[in-house]
Design a protein around this ligand. Structure first.
Ligand SMILES: [Zn+2]
Length: 153
């Protein structure tokens, strides 16, 4: 009887933990369908042993996100600390907003059993960029702690 209670409690708390993690994380976001995909210019800038293979702007629940996929090039490697910079530039090339974000998993997995080795990133923008601005998504092969663009807390 006691055992059943303990198990029930453990099950409950772990599902709560999972829900908390999902609602605040990549998975929770990606499982939900975004409402719009605004037509903004997006520039993907790869470097070193990796590349930004996708970058999408999505508006969801009144907030704006930039999300996509990072892959390692064949035979390439990405030093620890490599991350993604998302920079919004207006039509006069002025930086409106810049955010650094880690991709997950941090070590881009090697492909196994037909899975494509890739990591994902997601970052929230402060506001929807103007329609004539450009969103640059840059693979920054350098430690995030030294990046000129801070992580959004
Ligand atoms: Zn950076």
């Amino acid at each position: 009887m006691l055992m059943a209670c303990v198990l029930a409690f453990a099950g409950c708390s772990s599902s709560l933990a999972r829900r908390a993690r999902d609602s605040d994380g990549l998975l929770g976001f990606l499982m939900d369908k975004p409402v719009t995909n605004p037509p903004l210019a997006v520039e993907k800038i790869s470097s070193g042993g990796g590349e930004i293979t996708s970058a999408h702007i999505k508006s969801y629940g009144g907030k704006v996100y930039v999300t996509g996929v990072v892959r390692r090039r064949i035979g390439g490697s990405l030093p620890p600390g490599s991350h993604v910079d998302v920079i919004v530039v207006d039509k006069s090339k002025k930086i409106v907003e810049g955010v650094a974000v880690n991709y997950l998993p941090r070590d881009i997995p090697y492909g196994s059993r037909g899975l494509t080795p890739q990591s994902q990133y997601i970052v929230r923008l402060g506001s929807m960029p103007a329609s004539d601005s450009t969103v640059k998504v840059i693979l920054h092969v350098s430690n995030i702690s030294g990046c000129e663009f801070g992580e959004r807390s």
